[in-house]
Design a protein around this ligand. Sequence first.
Ligand SMILES: Cc1cc2nc3c(=O)[nH]c(=O)nc-3n(C[C@H](O)[C@H](O)[C@H](O)COP(=O)(O)O)c2cc1C
Length: 202
Amino acid sequence: MSKSPRILVFVGGICKDSINKKLFGFFKEAAGETLEFDEFEIKSLPFFSQDIEDNPPSEVVDLKARIKACSGVLLITPEYNRSFPGVLKNALDWGSRPYGQNLWSGKPAGLIGTSPGAIGAFGAQNQLRQVLNFLDFRTMNQPEFYFTFPRELENGKLPHSANEFLKSHPRCQGITNRNETYSDREAKNVYAGDKAAEIDAA
Ligand SMILES: Cc1cc2nc3c(=O)[nH]c(=O)nc-3n(C[C@H](O)[C@H](O)[C@H](O)COP(=O)(O)O)c2cc1C
């Protein structure tokens, strides 16, 4: 059985050719076996209603069990009208209710996303971050990751500069060297900078 942290993944794009699903594919490949990903199909969930929150359908029971079992959450969102898709909000709402039983509280969360627009889902992530704060996630603030799809792809892959940036950022080195603590990495002064712009400097 895997000893890697289990990360529950929510992809906000639900169409079959979703570019956010593709982006998740790149991250899965980059992480290798250091993380175990559990992708939740958000389109399986019914619309949230307080009429059924005390006796929810099996899909919601499944969601809640998987939230409890995970070490952290990764949200991957496209931009819809300068915000994130309602179907993603629906999943977050289910995990937060009934009142007083917010299962997200204290969960580490990472946030990435892509859209075809030049700002690479910035609007979506910016609004989603506000909701994650309210739900009491421990959201990773840096590095930020905005990606214009497909313009910033190189040969169908994340650009070399993006991979190098991720490898050199201390908060991402858990992926490349899990034996070092965060303080070890800070001490090495390998901080690569916070600007998402570095990612698309290719
Ligand atoms: C209702 C709707 C609103 C959209 N609004 C934006 C937007 O504000 N900014 C943007 O860059 N793209 C916008 N798009 C384009 C989507 O980001 C694009 O279709 C993307 O491929 C959706 O992600 P997915 O492929 O992972 O499903 C919008 C698309 C839809 C359907």
